[in-house]
Design a protein. Structure first.
Length: 389
């Protein structure tokens, strides 16, 4: 057997996924709450329920153009038997506050403005042509629940409701990319896109080379390159090859690291803590990094955001069996079709499969796989990154 001469060795035995999550989550507290201008909250996670500050509309208002009137004065009115008013009716436009004593709006054509007396040739029920106070939103009603991720549409709607500030959590995440031998950073770019989609405050750092010295410099918290993130993620260099140094570099700058995860396709993943922040070292291979993100990074982000795991997708039968190695956890991408869910091979996630997938299954180390026809409910992929027909 050939033994690598790399000094970076994985721990034996590998740490189970449950064990890794327990170690990370034991030191993981939700990110601090910040009160921010609502226009700056896109992508952030709401840390408490957003309530309407006042009724909308604040008072009864006209829902159409016409003349405001009191419905009691129009009982039985018609073109043959009009109502006569000695006071001129008030013309209103959509959105105008209703005049005192008026509870309906009638069309301009139904009112004769030559008077007094002024004639109205139509009856109207109370509230006809009127938006009642609080018809859209009642003061104190919950508009958006804690844990929701703010979108640009949410911001626009909340502004209409009169909300100007919201309390959010926005964890700081730094991703350090270690380039491959051909200087490719595609996996780093993809992981960064997932982080941005999650709504974190993202800092991106790319090492100039794969050398241990360059990696140490970029991940060191002491020189200010990384400003105290809640989560530090390295991409690449986590293996035991001759040019792999990311875990050793983390240890040399003070990180307490475990190296080796019982996850199919992600056995070289490292995890630990560095100066109060959580650290996850992902491999540079796309499938290994994606598996590590879904199995390890996402649960940590959910804790930092103080949100629950998303609701599973619609249930359906498994179209092929899924095999699982003893003692290993597995991430399985799932593609939906009219007959059910088609799985990828456990731990084998290609770019093509990721483009077609809509959800994923996470199988624990005690699983022996799933039989064809088993009913499953996959979890949605982060942000459902691909639009579905």
């Amino acid at each position: 057997m050939l033994i690598s001469s790399s000094s970076q060795r994985m721990d034996a035995p590998l740490t189970s996924l449950d064990g890794a999550l327990e170690l990370l989550c034991a030191h993981c507290a939700p990110a601090a709450q910040l009160l921010v201008d609502i226009r700056e909250s896109v992508g952030a996670s709401i840390s408490c329920d957003v309530a309407a500050p006042s009724c909308l509309p604040a008072r009864d208002s006209a829902a159409r153009d016409g003349f405001a009137a009191a419905s009691v004065d129009l009982i039985g009115a018609s073109s043959f038997n009009p109502s006569f008013l000695m006071v001129a009716p008030v013309a209103v436009s959509v959105g105008d506050v209703m005049p005192d004593g008026c509870d309906c709006v009638v069309d301009f054509g139904c009112v004769s403005a030559d008077g007094p007396p002024f004639t109205i040739s139509v009856s109207a029920a109370p509230g006809q042509g009127v938006r009642r106070m609080g018809a859209d939103v009642n003061a104190g009603s919950v508009l958006l629940c804690a844990g929701s991720q703010m979108s640009a549409i949410d911001v626009a709607l909340l502004q209409i409701a009169g909300v100007s500030k919201v309390s959010v959590r926005q964890p700081r995440v730094c991703i350090v990319g270690i380039p491959s031998a051909d200087h490719c950073t595609h996996t780093f770019d993809f992981m960064s896109a997932l982080a941005e989609q999650a709504g974190v405050l993202l800092e991106q750092v790319i090492c100039a080379s794969r050398s241990a010295e360059d990696i140490e410099q970029k991940i060191s918290l002491r020189n200010g390159v990384v400003a105290a993130p809640d989560l530090l993620i390295t991409i690449g260099g986590s293996g035991a090859g001759l040019a792999d140094y990311s875990v050793d570099a983390l240890r040399r700058v003070g990180a307490q690291m475990c190296h080796g995860l019982a996850l199919s396709g992600g056995t070289t993943i490292g995890f630990g803590r560095l100066h109060g922040c959580l650290v996850i070292a992902l491999p540079g291979r796309f499938e290994g990094a994606l598996g590590g993100w879904l199995a390890l990074v996402m649960p940590v982000l959910q804790l930092l955001f103080a949100i629950r795991q998303p609701e599973p997708l619609q249930s359906g039968p498994l179209l092929r069996k899924v095999s699982s190695a003893p003692g290993m956890s597995d991430v399985v991408l799932m593609e939906r079709n009219s007959n059910g869910w088609a799985p990828s091979l456990a731990g084998d996630m290609s770019v093509a499969q990721a483009l077609r997938a809509e959800g994923y299954l996470l199988l624990g180390a005690g699983s022996e796989g799933l039989a064809e026809g088993a009913v499953v409910r996959p979890l949605p992929l982060p942000g459902q990154w691909r639009a579905r027909s």
